[in-house]
Ligand binder design. Structure first.
Ligand code: FAD
Length: 621
C-alpha cells in the first residue's frame, strides 16, 4: 500500500545518526518520518555505553551547539563523568561519560516522541523508490510505500551484517537484531563503491561474580562535569565508579594458543577493523612485547549487574573467551552474560558523497553514520545531524550548509571522509584538526550556535541561554580589561604573594589573567565582583590565556585564504618539498595543480599541506 501522507524527509535507521538526522530535519520544520526496525532500540548503544572522549566529546558538544540530542541524553543518562587530559591544554581536553544504556535510550526516545513534525514507524526498509537518478521514497519489507522528497540512510552495521563468534558465523545487524539484506542488495545494484569493514565487542560480565576488592577503583571527577550546554549536574542520575583490571602473561598465552580459532586470524573475516579500538587478539599479536593491557571494568547501568570489560573486544570462540576472562585477577570466577563477537558489514565509499552528505549518483539521497565507514556514536550522530539538516534544506529548496575545517570537527570529519575516503573504520581525534586551538570542546557553542539558529536548528530556550552566556563573557572580559591593580595596593600584595614577584606598575585584571601562574579565581575578585557562572569564568580565562595562540591560528587561516590564488611553478619538484607525506607528494605530482587553491581541492591535500607548500614557495623565491 501507499502511505497516505507524504514526507519532506524520510530517515531510515534509528541509531545515533538516524535519531539526530530525524530530530534536525523536524526541528527545521520539515515533515519527517523515522523508519526503523524496532522502536524499542531507538538510540541503542551497540557497544560500550559511553559517550565522549578525546576528539569525540568535541563532536558531541558541536551536535549540542546545533540543538542536537546526544549531549542532553548523556547528561540524563550519565553515571560516571570525567574530564580527560585535564592537565593538558584546553584544545585536547575532553569530557567522557559512562552512561546507563537504558536511561540514555529512554532520553533519546523521549526527545523523538515529543518532537513536533516527527513521525515514527517500526518496520524494515527493504527498497528505495528511485526514479531515474532521483530518490522518491522507501518501500518497507512488508510492502508499505512511503513517498518523500529526500531520504537519509543511517543503517549502521546492519547492511549485509555477519556476526562472528570463533569460526561460527550467522547473519545479523548486531547481537539480537536482524541484518538488512534486502536493502543491502538494492544498494549494491546502484553505482556506489561498496566494501566491507568489521568491528567487535567484548563479552559482558555479571558484576555479582567479580571480585572488586582486588581491582583499582576509578571514581568520576568532582565536581561532576556536564556534557550539554543546557545540562547541569542536577540532571545526572546517581554517580558510580568504574574499575580497572589487567590482562597478564597467562591471558596472552591463552590467546596465542587459540589464534587459529579466531575468524580474523584464520582469514574468515575479510573486513578491516578499527585500528584504534583493536580486539584483544589483535593487541596481543601486534604488541607482543607488552606483558599486560588495561581492562576498564565499566557498569552498563544503575539497575543492572552487567559490566562492560572495555579493552577485551574479541571474536574468539566462547570457551576461549571464558578462559581469557577468568585468567584476569578479580575475574577468576566471572560469569559471562553475553559472549563477545565481531561483525562484518557493508559500507559505502564516502568519496561518493558531497559535503552535504548527499550521494553524488542519486539526487536527494543522503548517507550518514557507520554506513560511511566511520566508527563511534559521536561520529555517527554528527553526520546524522548534518545529513538531516541538508535533507531538510533540499526539501525546502535551499542550498546545502556545512561547516569548514576551521569551524568545527564536524567540518573536519566530513571533509576527511569525502576527500580521503577510508580503508578502516574512521574515528575522530584532535590530531585530525589542524586548527584544534580554535576547535575546543569548551567553545563549540560560540562557534556554532549562531549558525544553528540561522538554520532553524536552535530553539528559543537554547538561544536565550547561549545569548546570555555570550553577553556575560563579553561583559566580564570588558570588566577585567577596565579594572586596574595599582602597585602598593592590597590587591597587588595578594598577586605578589601568589607569583613571588613585584608588580612594579599598574596592570589590568585581563593582563594579570594571562600570566600562567594566575587563574580566574585569583584575579577576578581583586577589583569588583567576579561572575558566579563557572562556564563564563572558564571561557574568559581560556580566551585570556590562549589569545596569542588563537590569534596566530586565525592569522594562518586568513593567510591561507589570501594565498589561494598563488601560482605553483610548473617545474615544482614535489619530492623535494619537506614535510609533505609521500602520498600527498604523489598526488600533487600527478595532478600538477596550477594554484594553491587547486592544490587544496585535490582529495587528500590537507590545509596543513597547503601551508607547507606556501612556506616552500617563499623559500624558493
Ligand atoms: P547504528 O547505531 O548501528 O544504528 C542503525 C539503525 O538502523 C538501527 O536502529 C537499525 O535497527 C536500523 N536499521 C538498519 N537497517 C534498517 C532497515 N533496513 N530498515 C529500518 N531500520 C534499519 N564504536 C566505537 O566507537 N568503538 C567500538 O569499539 C565499537 N564497537 C562496536 C561493536 C559492535 C559489535 C557494533 C555493532 C558496533 C560497534 N561500534 C563501536 C560502533 C557503534 O555502535 C556505531 O558506530 C554507531 O552505533 C553507529 O551509529 P549508526 O547510527 O550509524 O548505526
Amino acid at each position: 500500500m501507499e502511505y497516505p501522507d507524504r514526507f519532506d524527509v524520510i530517515v531510515i535507521g534509528g541509531g545515533h545518526a538516524g535519531t539526530e538526522a530525524a530530530l534536525a530535519a523536524a526541528r527545521m520544520g520539515s515533515r519527517t518520518l523515522l523508519l526503523t526496525h524496532n522502536i524499542e532500540t531507538l538510540g541503542q548503544m551497540s557497544c560500550n555505553p559511553a559517550i565522549g572522549g578525546i576528539g569525540k566529546s568535541h563532536l558531541v558538544k558541536e551536535i549540542d551547539a546545533l540543538g542536537g540530542a546526544m549531549g542532553l541524553a548523556t547528561d540524563l543518562g550519565g553515571i560516571q563523568f570525567r574530564v580527560l587530559n585535564a592537565r593538558k591544554g584546553p584544545a585536547v581536553r575532553a569530557t567522557r561519560a559512562q552512561a546507563d544504556r537504558v536511561r540514555y535510550k529512554a532520553a533519546i526516545r523521549g526527545m523523538l516522541e515529543n518532537q513536533p513534525n516527527l513521525t515514527l514507524f517500526q518496520q524494515a526498509a527493504g527498497d528505495l523508490i528511485v526514479d531515474g537518478d532521483t530518490v522518491r521514497g522507501v518501500v518497507t519489507e512488508s510492502g508499505v510505500r512511503f513517498l518523500g522528497e529526500t531520504v537519509v540512510l543511517c543503517t549502521g552495521t546492519f547492511l549485509g551484517g555477519v556476526i562472528h563468534i570463533g569460526l561460527d558465523n550467522s547473519r545479523g545487524g548486531r547481537a539480537g537484531d536482524p541484518p538488512s539484506n534486502a536493502l543491502a542488495q538494492r544498494l549494491r545494484a546502484l553505482p556506489f563503491r561498496v566494501d566491507r569493514l568489521k568491528t567487535g565487542t567484548p563479552p559482558r560480565l555479571d558484576a555479582k561474580s567479580v571480585d572488586f576488592s582486588v581491582l583499582e577503583t576509578q571514581p568520576g571527577d568532582s565536581p561532576t562535569p556536564v556534557m550539554s550546554y543546557l545540562g547541569d549536574r542536577d540532571m545526572h542520575p546517581r554517580q558510580v565508579s568504574c574499575h580497572i583490571a589487567h590482562t597478564n602473561e597467562r591471558t596472552h598465552e591463552i590467546i596465542h594458543a587459540n589464534l587459529d580459532r579466531s575468524p580474523m586470524f584464520s582469514g574468515v573475516i575479510e573486513g578491516v577493523g578499527p585500528r584504534y579500538c583493536p580486539s584483544i587478539e589483535d593487541k596481543v599479536h601486534r604488541f607482543a612485547d607488552k606483558a599486560s593491557h588495561q581492562v576498564f571494568v565499566e557498569p552498563e547501568g544503575l539497575d543492572t549487574h552487567e559490566l562492560y570489560p572495555n579493552g577485551i573486544s574479541t571474536s574468539l570462540p566462547f570457551d576461549v573467551q571464558l578462559q581469557v576472562v577468568r585468567s584476569i585477577r578479580g575475574l577468576e570466577n566471572a560469569h559471562i552474560t553475553r559472549p563477545g563477537y565481531a561483525i562484518e558489514y557493508d559500507f559505502f565509499d564516502p568519496r561518493d558523497l558531497r559535503h552535504s552528505l548527499e550521494t553524488k549518483f542519486i539526487h536527494n539521497l543522503f548517507f550518514a553514520g557507520q554506513i560511511n565507514g566511520t566508527t563511534g556514536y559521536e561520529e555517527a550522530g554528527a553526520q546524522g545531524l548534518l545529513a538531516g539538516l541538508n535533507a531538510a534544506r533540499r526539501a525546502q529548496g535551499l542550498d546545502a550548509w556545512w561547516p569548514r575545517r576551521d569551524e568545527a570537527y564536524l567540518g573536519v570529519l566530513v571533509d576527511d571522509l569525502i576527500t580521503l575516503g577510508t580503508r578502516e573504520p574512521y574515528r575522530m581525534f584532535t590530531s585530525r584538526a589542524e586548527y584544534r586551538l580554535l576547535l575546543r570542546e569548551d567553545n563549540a557553542d560560540l562557534r556554532l550556535t549562531e549558525a544553528g539558529r540561522a538554520l532553524g536548528l536552535v530553539d528559543e530556550r537554547r538561544w536565550r541561554v547561549f545569548s546570555e552566556k555570550r553577553e556575560a563573557i563579553e561583559a566580564e572580559s570588558a570588566r577585567l580589561k577596565a579594572s586596574w591593580v595599582q602597585p602598593g595596593s592590597d590587591a597587588a600584595a595578594r598577586i605578589e604573594a601568589k607569583t613571588g614577584g613585584s608588580l612594579g606598575r599598574e596592570y589590568n585584571l585581563m593582563d594579570l589573567l594571562k600570566r600562567p601562574e594566575l587563574g580566574y579565581d585569583d584575579v577576578a575578585g581583586l577589583v569588583g565582583e567576579p561572575v558566579s557562572d563557572e562556564r563564563v569564568a572558564e571561557q574568559v580565562q581560556i580566551q585570556a590565556k590562549y589569545q596569542g595562540y588563537i590569534d596566530r591560528q586565525q592569522a594562518e587561516i586568513d593567510k591561507l585564504k589570501r594565498h589561494e590564488a598563488t601560482r605553483l611553478p610548473e617545474d615544482l619538484d614535489y619530492a623535494r618539498v619537506e614535510g609533505l607525506s609521500n602520498e600527498i607528494r604523489q598526488k600533487l605530482a600527478e595532478a600538477r595543480p596550477e594554484t594553491l587553491a587547486q592544490a587544496s581541492r585535490i582529495s587528500g591535500v590537507t590545509p596543513a599541506a597547503v601551508s607547507i607548500l606556501l612556506i616552500h614557495l617563499k623559500k624558493r623565491r
